[in-house]
Design a protein around this ligand. Structure first.
Ligand code: PLP
Length: 319
């Protein structure tokens, strides 16, 4: 197996806590604590991706996402700490009263190209074209794909199991649930579990792509990574379950029933969940693994996203 190199960016190990919600005890992995400005699940992926960017002597990093992309903000901060220049390609519109992640991107003076929904569908080509043009001026660009979800980035969640194994008896854990956008976190978890001989299920709550599309993406990423790095494991496709139907309001919106649930969770635990990812994942988690139970053996990963709440303060306070 060819394990890729990484640089240290994340504050790890992140805490593994046992909490109670409405009388049900459950384990939660606090990957929202991988850092502060540089926080959430993306930091684990960036440790591998930016190691490659540095190795290739890149001067610039390009990446993309929604205008409230946690991944783009994390990439920007991480690249700044390494002295790299950054350009973001964001789906959305510029606004002088930017909040949340977009506020941070703008405050740091990041170059941003805003794209509409149709243009964003072609963002990989757009980034490639700009890369070609910029490299003619002597710069070297490293392109991080959407969500950091490449065969290299997903090592962040393959190696995650070394840490988790020291915190919890994994034989007693029947599954791991995560919010799922570009699918890299789920793909990494799928490989990591197989590599460690664990029979647990990976529950992915799709917030961006439809069920079939994201399932294919996750499996494709996982198989490509196994082949590329000669990872000695076989994936059981049945161990991946997409928990569908929890983002019907759309990626950029959140329904009041979900806000109401996470408000109740926040008032009991002090933990705040974000509108695009973790609130939807927690809603699915509660419906499937907490409600009417005393104990859950499915682990919830808090993947971060804190700054996204500042773009939805009105909605959060209206329930
Ligand atoms: C807070 C948060 N949780 C979960 C995810 C989903 O991770 P992935 O894109 O690896 O599926 C993201 C992705 O942007 C995120 O920002």
């Amino acid at each position: 197996m060819k394990v890729p190199g990484k640089i240290h960016l994340a504050n790890t190990p992140t805490p593994l806590q046992w909490l109670s919600f409405n009388g049900c005890k459950f384990p939660i992995k606090r990957d929202d604590y991988t850092g502060f400005e540089l926080s959430g699940n993306k930091v684990r992926k960036l440790e591998y991706l930016l190691a490659r960017a540095v190795k290739e002597k890149s001067t610039y990093v390009y990446t993309c996402g929604g205008d409230q992309s946690n991944h783009s903000r994390a990439t920007l901060i991480a690249a700044k700490t390494l002295g790299l220049k950054v350009k973001l390609f964001l789906w959305g519109k510029d606004t002088p009263s930017a909040k949340g992640n977009l506020f941070i991107d703008k405050f740091l003076g990041c170059q941003i190209r805003f794209l509409n929904r149709n243009e964003f569908a072609d963002v990989d080509n757009i980034m490639s074209e700009e890369k070609l043009a910029l490299e003619k001026t002597g710069e070297k660009v490293y392109v991080v794909p959407e969500g950091g979800s490449s065969t290299l980035g997903i090592w962040g969640y393959i190696s995650f199991f070394e840490e988790l194994n020291r915190q919890v008896d994994l034989k007693k854990i029947k599954g791991i649930l995560t919010a799922c956008g570009s699918g890299g976190t789920s793909a990494g978890l799928l490989i990591g579990a197989a590599l460690n001989g664990l029979k647990l299920k990976i529950f992915a709550v799709n917030v961006l792509y439809d069920k079939e599309t994201i399932r294919k993406r996750i499996l494709h990423l996982a198989y490509s990574c196994i082949e590329q790095f000669k990872i000695p494991c076989n994936i059981d496709e049945n161990s991946l379950e997409i928990l569908d139907g929890y983002s019907q309001e759309g990626y950029k919106s959140i329904k009041p029933d979900k806000i109401s649930l996470i408000k109740s969770f926040a008032s009991q635990s002090g933990i705040i969940l974000d509108p695009a990812y973790t609130a939807k994942a927690f809603y699915a988690y509660n419906e499937n693994f907490l409600k009417d139970k005393k104990m859950s053996n499915v682990l919830f990963i808090h993947t971060g996203g804190f700054f996204g709440i500042f773009n939805k303060t009105k909605e959060y306070l209206s329930v």
